[in-house]
Design a protein around this ligand. Structure first.
Ligand SMILES: Nc1ncnc2c1ncn2[C@@H]1O[C@H](COP(=O)(O)OP(=O)(O)OP(=O)(O)O)[C@@H](O)[C@H]1O
Ligand SMILES: [Mg+2]
Length: 259
């Protein structure tokens, strides 16, 4: 892909005391592209996401946003750029309805009171645009299925009109049908031209929706693969370390910098 990536990380390193969580990590994501971020437990996926989200800035490395080098030191910096993160624990309020959850913290007011009608209208519009089907926007979150909750959480992240959405294990707790719902939504996001980073342990999900897979192993890059032309086995061996693709990456990086 020749266009400037929405996000480009170069040489990201991060240490927690004695633990070197990330070493010289690169990552690129383009608009309209879903990049799966995979790797074993402890590979550094969450740490990398926290770097991008400004929760835990890197010690070293370059953070480029739409071709420009930027500083992302706080979550607010990331939000301002247009980065939305949907964490695994969702942070939805069980006792509020769907509208209440969508607009939590960004309530629409009219003459000093909550404009429930407008929020309800926009909630419906948002869910329609994303083809999210739930029984009613006025039912409590607690009565939705896990998959429906996940789609509401993702829809909520859309309200800030982000350019990049990071989804941390969005299907981890879901059954087959619910997973399909969430993966469908990921496709909608791509169709809308968003860049998506999807953390997943599930190779079937990765194969189903991702364009590229970036593998982390022991805090380092271990290959970036084109999903269409790479087998599940190849990806798994990069994850487990049966193949060492770090050299390939160096070559790709050199080739990339010449073009
Ligand atoms: N706040 C922290 N303090 C100390 N060490 C940390 C901290 N956060 C992460 N680490 C360490 O950094 C390494 C990478 O952890 P990280 O959570 O990024 O892995 P992960 O790829 O997300 O794993 P999982 O698939 O289990 O979620 C691990 O060795 C972990 O113990
Ligand atoms: Mg993690």
């Amino acid at each position: 892909m020749s266009a400037t990536p929405v996000l480009a990380l170069r040489g990201i390193s991060k240490r927690f005391g004695a633990v070197q969580a990330l070493t010289d990590v690169d990552l690129e994501v383009h608009a309209g592209e879903v990049v799966a971020l995979v790797g074993d437990n402890g590979a550094g996926k969450s740490t990398l996401v926290k770097t991008i989200a400004g929760v835990s800035p890197a010690d070293e490395g370059v953070f480029e946003w739409q071709g420009r080098s930027v500083e992302v030191n706080r979550p607010h910096d990331a939000q301002e750029l247009g980065i939305a993160t949907v964490y695994q624990d969702l942070a939805l309020c069980d006792n509020l309805d769907v509208v209440g959850n969508l607009f939590l913290g960004r309530e629409i007011m009219r003459a000093g009171v909550l404009d429930e009608i407008e929020m309800e209208r926009r909630a419906r519009e948002l869910l329609d645009t994303l083809s999210i089907r739930i029984p009613s926007v006025r039912i409590p979150i607690a009565s939705l299925s896990g998959g429906q909750r996940q789609t509401v959480a993702i829809a909520r992240s859309m309200l800030g009109e982000p350019k990049l959405v990071i989804l941390d294990e969005p299907t981890a707790a879901l059954g087959v049908e619910q997973t399909a719902q969430v993966l469908d939504l990921v496709e909608r996001l791509r169709e809308r031209g968003l860049a998506v980073i999807l953390i997943s342990h599930n190779m079937a999900d990765v194969k189903a929706v991702a364009d590229k897979v970036a593998v982390l192993r022991l805090g380092r890059n271990n290959g970036v693969f084109d999903v269409g032309s790479t087998s599940q086995e190849e990806i798994i061996s990069a994850i487990t370390g049966a193949t060492d693709n770090a050299v390939t990456r160096r070559k790709a990086r050199t080739a990339g910098s010449q073009s």
